[in-house]
Write a protein that binds this ligand. Structure first.
Ligand code: ZN
Length: 452
């Protein structure tokens, strides 16, 4: 079973076996394009999902879309990021948010990130937030001010700070709002009658960013969540506040494992719009590279290592990707053979070992070169492992014969292989139909799927 670094426990922990698991991933604030650093955080939950699904766990994943309430500089005082950008671009907040939400979905699809089961928009979940805030007020964890602002009472949650180590008594007082009972209290609701505002029992306004994730995760996944992932920058205050809210409402620890992905540097500098080195996925494809070269470049490093990406590493990943796809196509012409069991086992145990993807890729390179392994066995092994790698390694098969797979088909074939291994025949049939609609006819042989 998968072992993973739990930020709160500060150690690698075994994920307890279960038939179904629930995972929450903090989603994008849709006021601009996600840069590849943001996308690296998203890959983390996809990898966890793929590894657990290989182990026949049924995953239910929820990822929010923040289209209101995320203030500039993550501070309590700044302006809403979506509103600010909408004004600058001269369009409505709703248009702007939908545009960048679509762009995010395109980018994540291009990286073969499996779509979450639930993707609620904050602006359409206001009722959930109002209910949760009312519950927190009722239980003495939050208080409303006469102007309609509602704050969470940080001192009402004694274990605050367990994820990041930022304990309340050590926090530097922040004096942005003298009406708070305690300097570290944070806003659950902010009074406003602007473009993005709703009526609430304590007055018209909009929700704080932190309460959004609590409300949506509790509603869509319930109050026992196996895994919660995001980039390391959300550890504090976002996740501390989210944990305090969710646990105070549920009366127990809601999230079992908090998992964080490290920062991405580009050319040695933190990727941020403000420093002018935000690289978008479209920059990568415009440079003639396959978007999945980005995925492979990410996999060359473990998720909790800082990764310094450069154009050279992206070009190198692109060359490896093209070579592997060509090899897989070549090997597919050879007589079929069972998988190279030892190599496959070593790759899978690397995945299980806190997602040690660099070790997994080293074994793949070894397998590629190993002349004692039959080409048919290499073919089966690479395709099998691609269920977790997600690199579309089958995409070149048949291209020389003019029977190349149409875009998206390789991913469906890999999903279907997974469904069949899990004995999910309904899903397998459904995927066969989707493939047929793309003009790919699939049949099943003793060594796996055959298509033409
Ligand atoms: Zn969140």
């Amino acid at each position: 079973m998968l072992r993973i670094y739990d930020t709160r426990a500060r150690q690698v922990e075994q994920i307890a076996p279960a038939r179904a698991m629930r995972m929450y991933t903090c989603g994008p604030t849709v006021y601009r394009h996600a840069h590849v650093g943001n996308l690296r955080s998203q890959l983390l939950s996809d990898l966890i999902r793929r590894v657990l699904e290989r182990q026949r766990v049924r995953m239910v994943v929820c990822q929010n879309i923040t289209d209101v309430g995320h203030l500039a500089d993550d501070s309590e005082a700044g302006e809403d990021k979506v509103l600010m950008r909408a004004r600058a671009e001269g369009r409505s907040a709703r248009d702007l948010a939908r545009y960048y939400e679509d762009a995010f979905k395109q980018d994540t699809a291009a990286l073969n990130l499996r779509p979450p089961e639930h993707m609620p928009r904050a602006s359409e979940s206001i009722e959930l937030m109002i209910e949760l805030i009312a519950k927190l007020i009722e239980r003495g964890h939050a208080y409303a001010l006469p102007d309609g602002a509602v704050y969470f009472d940080a001192t009402s949650f004694p274990t605050y700070g367990e994820i990041s180590g930022n304990r309340l008594d050590a926090l530097r007082p922040d004096t942005t709002d003298p009406r708070k009972h305690f300097h570290a209290d944070w806003a659950l609701w902010k009074p406003s009658d602007g473009e993005l505002s709703w009526d609430a029992p304590w007055g018209r306004g909009f929700p704080g960013w932190h309460i959004e994730c609590s409300a949506m995760s509790l509603h869509y996944l319930g109050d026992r969540i196996d895994l919660h992932t995001a980039g390391i920058d959300l550890r504090f205050p976002h996740h501390e506040d989210e944990r305090a809210q969710s646990d105070s409402a549920a009366g127990h620890e809601v999230v079992r494992h908090w998992v964080h992905g490290e920062h991405l540097l580009f050319d040695g500098r933190k990727m941020a719009k403000s420093t002018g080195n935000a690289v978008l996925l479209s920059d990568v494809t415009e440079a003639g590279l396959d978007p999945l070269a980005v995925r492979l470049a990410f996999l060359e490093h473990r998720y909790r290592q800082q990764l310094n990406l450069t154009w050279d590493t992206l070009h190198a990943a692109d060359r490896t990707l093209r070579r592997w796809r060509a090899r897989v196509a070549e090997w597919s012409e050879s007589p079929s053979a069972p998988m190279a069991a030892d190599h496959v086992r070593r790759v899978e145990s690397a995945f299980d070992d806190d997602l040690d993807t660099p070790a997994a890729l080293r074994v793949l390179r070894e397998l590629e070169r190993d002349e004692s392994v039959a080409p048919g066995a290499k073919f089966e092994s690479f395709l099998h492992l691609d269920q977790v790698l997600g690199l579309d390694l089958a995409i070149e098969i048949g291209r020389s014969r003019g029977t190349a797979l149409p875009p998206g088909a390789a991913e469906l074939l890999s999903e279907r292989a997974r469904a069949r291994e899990a004995g999910d025949w309904a899903a397998s049939d459904r995927l066969r139909e989707s493939l047929a609609a793309m003009g790919v006819r699939v049949s099943d042989s003793p060594s796996g799927q055959v298509w033409g």
